[in-house]
Ligand binder design. Structure first.
Ligand code: CUA
Length: 350
């Protein structure tokens, strides 16, 4: 009998090992997205702390339950043993094991879950309360979810930009998250948790950038056809460098520095571009599309869709839909040389 049951037990154990191996391998899926465990902001650090506690508790439960399953499989009572014990022994043994079962049901089914969930609940509530604490000297930045890009304004200095948020390290930051269209969700995992932008309800995200660097974020709420290409870059800078960036942005955008750029500026002002975009210090004052006053200094275009190269910018202007399906910017009926001049002008806006 023993020889016949062994392969079935081994098969079950083998499957358990395969499942455990597969779950480890799945952790590596999804390329190289920014992870909150690689945190560089105060709020992300608190969230990562809770994550590790939850991971440790879940791993503990997994190991205990998995271990009990293995023990149950290996120590299954055998028919021949039971027969040898005789009928009287069986009745006694059944009553004893029932009492034992009931005790374990209470411990494993009630006491342990209540304890584990209580620890998580207390940690979550206290951490959430700490994250909401208001700092008096915080730098306020308004971030608006648009379709499908991010509008960024610094009320203190009157600076406006798009898709790239410069922040000083070591200073409390308060992002005011806004929307006048649909619900988006602002999430830069390495810096802070995600918070929705809801029409008619300003939300607040408070954190501090700990280390200089560039941190990628996403729109984390499905918001329409352009949702998957609605990323954002946060640039954490030393306070002095941030101060220089703000000071430069407060100046009017640089004018054309050669004939090609001058021609490009004329194209911009006469084509539909100026009807939607703003370039500070010029007659272009529209606020429908992203502010382009510093577009030449940005690393990406289309809300971090493609790198900001002259070729990509020319292709974007000609037909942004070919790069980002659903983009609200219509194709521009502008000739080849005019696009070249326009790109030269936009590239000079730094
Ligand atoms: Cu905006 Cu998803």
């Amino acid at each position: 009998m023993k020889a016949a049951t062994a392969p079935a037990e081994l098969r079950l154990l083998r499957w358990l090992l395969v499942l455990a191996g597969a779950s480890v391998l799945l952790v590596g899926c999804g390329g190289d997205p920014p992870s909150m465990l690689d945190h560089h902001g105060s709020e992300a650090e608190s969230i990562a702390g809770i994550w590790w506690v939850m991971f440790a508790l879940a791993a503990g439960v997994y190991l205990v339950v998995g271990g009990l399953v293995v023990v149950a499989v290996l120590r299954r009572p055998r028919h021949d043993d039971a027969e040898a014990a005789g009928a009287g022994g069986l009745v006694e043994e059944d009553a004893h094991s029932e009492r034992l079962d009931a005790r374990w049901l209470w411990i494993g089914g009630v006491v342990a879950p209540v304890l584990i969930l209580s620890v998580i609940a207390v940690l979550t509530v206290t951490t959430t309360r700490n994250l909401r604490a208001v700092e008096d000297d915080a730098l306020v930045v308004e971030v608006r979810g648009e379709r499908w890009w991010w509008d960024v304004r610094y009320p203190e200095s009157g600076v406006r930009t798009a898709n790239e948020i410069h922040l000083p390290v070591g200073r409390p930051i308060e992002l005011v998250l806004l929307s006048d269209n649909v619900i988006h969700s602002f999430w830069v995992p390495q810096l802070a948790g995600k918070v929705d932008t809801i029409p008619g309800q300003p939300n607040h995200l408070r954190f501090e950038v700990r280390d200089p660097g560039t941190y990628r974020g996403v729109c984390a709420e499905y918001c329409g056809i352009g949702h998957a290409r609605m990323d954002v870059m946060v640039v954490g800078e030393e306070p002095a460098q941030f101060g220089r960036w703000i000071a430069r942005r407060q100046q009017p955008a640089p004018g054309p520095s050669n004939e090609l750029q001058a021609q490009g500026q004329r194209v911009f002002m006469s084509a539909p571009c100026a009807g939607c975009h703003r370039i500070s210090g010029t007659p272009a004052e529209a606020e429908i599309g992203p502010d382009l006053s510093d577009v030449g200094s940005r690393e990406w275009i289309g809300a971090v869709t493609v790198e900001n190269t002259p070729e990509n910018l020319a292709a974007w202007i000609a037909d942004s839909h070919s790069i980002k399906p659903g983009s609200l910017m219509p194709p521009m009926p502008i000739g080849g040389h005019q696009i070249e001049a326009l790109v030269a002008y936009l590239n000079g806006l730094r």
